[in-house]
Design a protein around this ligand. Structure first.
Ligand code: HEC
Length: 155
């Protein structure tokens, strides 16, 4: 395993090698181009299982307050003010899903009720203790994106 990692590292440019040490992309440095954020915010692929937990967590994503997600049906509290996320990976690429989670307002419109999860501009009524923070961390965004990319076909 270590050997394999070493070999990968000598074969690719150094900046791809330092994954573990990679600096996160800060919220105000994320570029959304044509509705896409192509680069992982952490420099690595997220963990879909952790992402599912973020979706269901009311203090974090709270995605289920607005979205139905059939594979998470055992979690209560499914809202339907927004499209069901079933099959969402057939409709959007990974880069587009990342952009939607980072800042739906910059993808859909300023009017969307969907919060900007990785933006410092979350709204005007920001609690003092939340000022300067994003709703989700870069890692949580990547975990959510990893989970969303599993939602294909009838899922
Ligand atoms: C307050 C309600 C709300 C919350 C919370 C919310 N969304 Fe949304 N979301 C929407 C709405 C509404 C849309 C449709 C776009 C629009 O018209 O504004 C949408 C669209 C989307 C889309 C595109 C769906 C499609 O099929 O086109 C994705 C993906 C998505 N949301 C993911 C998430 C994730 C992941 C979370 C949690 C981290 C989340 N949303 C939390 C309201 C919400």
């Amino acid at each position: 395993m270590e050997m394999k990692r070493f070999l990968t590292c000598v074969a690719v440019p150094a900046f791809l090698c330092s994954q573990a040490a990679a600096v996160e992309i800060a919220p105000d440095a994320v570029k959304i181009d044509e509705m896409k954020v192509s680069q992982s915010l952490t420099g690595a692929t997220g963990n879909a299982e952790e992402g599912a937990k973020v979706l269901a967590n009311r203090g974090l994503g709270n995605c289920l307050a607005c979205h139905v997600v059939t594979p998470l049906a055992k979690e209560q509290f499914h809202g339907n003010v927004a499209p069901a996320l079933d099959g969402v990976a057939d409709r959007w690429s990974e880069a587009e899903l990342r952009a939607i989670v980072v800042d739906a307002k910059r993808v859909f419109s300023e009017e969307t009720v969907m919060p900007a999860f990785y933006s410092l501009e979350v709204g005007i009524n920001v609690r003092k203790d939340l000022a300067g923070k994003t709703i989700l961390t870069a890692q949580q965004v990547e975990d959510v994106v990893a989970y969303l990319t599993t939602l294909k076909g009838s899922k």
